[in-house]
Design a protein around this ligand. Structure first.
Ligand code: NDP
Length: 328
């Protein structure tokens, strides 16, 4: 008797918007790769804040669905017309279909080759959190020597990478965290000043001799936005890149005038992966830095795929640090 290939595999499915408990493990059909697509056997799926926005209905999502924005694994099958990559190749990606699953689809052009020596867990953190930190410091505002910058959630997945990239560029990094454990991690990543959130605008003013910072990279959002704006120096830039504490309400543009000709931007990763060159440049720099030992990707916790709900609970309760990974 010959083995028949499996037709179904495990995936997390959310039937309707709700709390973490809507994330249920189910047996689903393994998708067939369409033209130009790869089927990837997932080894590590990254957990990201955006998936909590989608799961809870803050971001428009069609239910039922399988969450997930990024993963690393091996190519299991090639769709029609795919060339230049073989079954068994190690890849990471953050475009394509939902990744809280044993198998996921990805457009072949979005698959990033994972160099030998980089684990799947680490590779799973590069696409979304790594490339976000990369575009923030290279393309949104290129902070460097002589610049003091403020970041929030300095022990988070993006936060730890952001600090390391900013320090490599020569900037002085001030960051906020909510606990002693997180403070120790932020300092180990190179942060020059680590603050608690309470009263951070006054502390930042004091640390900059009253001048303020050239840029705030703010992924916390609702709870920090007003304070972040008041930390900026004249003509400084507010980079709101997420809302871990909630979305920022509508905003009076006159505040930019009163604050000293300020700039505000609300960037997203997809707009920073527009060309083949960008798609290669960002991960290549991150993988190279990781292999050279100048960038440490901290895996804060790994969870079995079946425990995706626990990963979301921990993330939303601020219990996590670094990258969270689901392992099928
Ligand atoms: P983190 O690992 O940073 O986790 C979120 C952290 O936010 C928490 O650990 C916590 O750190 C802090 N936080 C502050 N207030 C709250 C709150 N009320 N509830 C929950 N957390 C809070 O997450 P990621 O690194 O995955 O993402 C960071 C941000 O980056 C998110 O807003 C995410 O949406 C955004 N993002 C944006 C992208 C883009 O292109 N625009 C792409 C990828 C991510 P502490 O306890 O220290 O305060």
């Amino acid at each position: 008797m010959t083995d028949t290939p499996a037709k179904t595999a495990k995936a997390i499915v959310a039937a309707a918007p709700g709390g973490p408990e809507v994330l249920q493990l189910q047996e689903v059909d393994i998708p067939a790769p369409g033209p130009g697509q790869l089927l990837v056997k997932v080894a590590a799926a990254g957990v990201n804040v955006i998936e909590t926005y989608e799961r809870s209905g803050i971001y428009k999502t069609a239910f039922p669905y399988t969450p997930g924005s990024e993963a690393a694994g091996t190519v299991a099958a090639l769709g029609e017309g795919v060339t230049g990559i073989a079954e068994g190749a190690r890849v990471a990606f953050c475009e394509g279909s939902r990744t809280y699953a044993e198998y996921a689809l990805v457009p072949a052009e979005a698959a990033l080759p994972v160099p030998e020596g980089v684990s799947f867990e680490v590779a799973g953190a590069i696409p979304l959190q790594g490339m976000t930190a990369h575009y923030l410091v290279n393309s949104t505002l290129a902070a460097g020597p002589g610049h003091t910058v403020l970041t929030h959630a300095g022990a988070g997945g993006v936060g730890l990478i952001l600090t390391q990239l900013l320090k490599a560029r020569g900037a002085r990094v001030v960051t906020t965290v909510s606990s002693d454990e997180k403070e120790a991690l932020a300092r180990a990543a190179g942060a020059d000043e680590v603050l608690r959130y309470e009263g951070f605008p006054e502390k930042v003013r004091a640390l900059t001799g009253g001048t303020g910072v050239v840029v705030v990279y703010d992924g916390v959002g609702r709870d920090t936005f007003d304070g972040s704006l008041s930390c900026l120096r004249r003509r400084g830039m507010m980079v709101l890149f997420g809302g871990a504490s909630g979305q920022v309400p509508p905003f009076d543009l006159q505040r930019l005038n009163a604050g000293g000709s300020l700039f505000v931007t609300r960037p997203k990763l997809a707009d920073h992966l527009l060309t083949a060159e960008e798609r290669q440049w960002r991960p290549r720099e991150l993988f190279d830095a990781g292999l050279a030992g100048s960038l440490d990707i901290r895996i804060g916790a790994t969870y079995p795929l079946a425990e995706a709900a626990r990963a979301h609970e921990d993330l939303q309760a601020r219990r996590t640090t670094g990258k969270l990974v689901l392992v099928p």
